[in-house]
Design a protein around this ligand. Structure first.
Ligand code: HEC
Ligand SMILES: [Cu+2]
Length: 297
């Protein structure tokens, strides 16, 4: 079956076998019904029928469903494993993703984009901040509920390079359908380079005019830019914002035009979200802010 990860392939195989098996069993049942209908009555028929019901209707289904259950539990054990080559914590927020890589030198915080090394098993430790969400990267595997106050785990081993895209698979309110993310599978070397860069703080000059607008408008009350005094915990970490492929949790290409609209016309870009729009920003002041944000690589 198609799929870009080991776990998705295993689930794909299970699905294929269930479908083919169901088709075969359905044909046998219909065949038996037609046969029974045509059969003429004779003295031993009652006994034959009882045996058929016991073997075909009780023993066979119990054995088959039992075997499928064991297989399914076996698959589930691998998928919800509690170890991996790297650990990524993901918190579901309304309506975006807080992402933390656990590394030997400490936590690396980012948002809305998950990069993974090809061929390595990533262990996801999942939880939610507000309501139940669900973490799903269809091409790689899943999905797994994210529950406030609880931790669930999911192991994914991507096999193919590419941006496979992920989404929230549990209705969580207003912008649920727009709660996506990028799941980018990279060569292991490129991944290590990316992660090292992601761990760095932002290089922002104290007198950067764009950063002044950012502070004046109060963006820093909600957003963190590591390495500056902006340390808001409410919204996505923006330290390496422009290094992400998409803006707004997997929604828009990361371009200056989209960035400007995101700030002035926020709720047209993504309805219902917890970020206020800044319609009064325009002209050079907006340009300076956008230019600053697009330099946060
Ligand atoms: C009240 C808190 C709050 C304030 C103030 C705020 N934001 Fe946000 N911002 C958020 C939230 C919450 C999100 C996530 C929205 C979503 O996708 O559901 C967000 C998302 C963003 C994103 C997208 C991040 C990504 O990963 O794609 C950008 C860029 C952004 N904000 C910039 C700004 C700028 C610039 C300002 C100031 C002009 C600002 N924000 C002010 C809460 C805030
Ligand atoms: Cu959701």
């Amino acid at each position: 079956m198609a799929g870009a990860g080991e776990e998705a392939a295993a689930i794909g195989d299970l699905f294929l076998i269930l479908m083919v098996g169901a088709a075969v069993i359905w044909s046998l049942v219909v065949g038996a019904a037609v046969y029974a209908h045509r059969r003429r009555a004779h003295p031993g028929l009652e006994r034959e029928a009882r045996l058929f019901v016991i073997w075909g209707g009780v023993v066979f289904p119990v054995l088959l469903i039992g075997a499928l259950l064991v297989w399914g539990l076996f698959l589930l054990k691998g998928i919800t494993a509690d170890e991996g080559d790297l650990t990524v914590r993901v918190d579901g927020e309304r309506w975006w993703w807080r992402v933390t890589y656990e590394t030997p030198t400490g936590d690396v915080v980012t948002a809305n984009e998950i990069r993974l090394p090809q061929g390595r098993t990533a262990l996801f430790r999942l939880t939610a901040d507000d309501v139940i969400h669900a973490f799903w990267v269809p091409a790689l595997g899943g999905k797994m509920d994210m529950v406030p106050g609880r931790e669930t785990t999911l192991a994914l081993t991507p096999k193919k390079l590419g941006n496979w895209g992920g989404l929230c698979a549990e209705f969580c309110g207003g912008a649920h359908a727009l709660m996506r993310f990028d799941a980018v599978v990279m060569a292991p070397d490129a991944f290590e380079t990316w992660l090292a860069r992601e761990a760095e703080t932002a290089q922002v000059a104290a007198d950067d005019p764009g950063f002044q607008v950012f502070l004046d408008e109060g963006c820093g009350a909600c957003h963190t830019i590591r390495g500056t005094q902006a340390a808001g915990p409410v919204g996505p970490d923006l330290t390496h914002l422009a290094g992400r492929e998409k803006l707004g949790a997997g929604l828009y290409e990361m371009t200056p035009e989209h960035m400007a609209r995101w700030i002035t016309d926020t709720h047209a870009m993504k309805p219902d979200i917890d970020m206020p729009p800044y319609p009064h920003l325009s002209g050079p002041r907006l340009d300076t802010l956008v230019d600053f944000l697009m330099r946060l690589e």
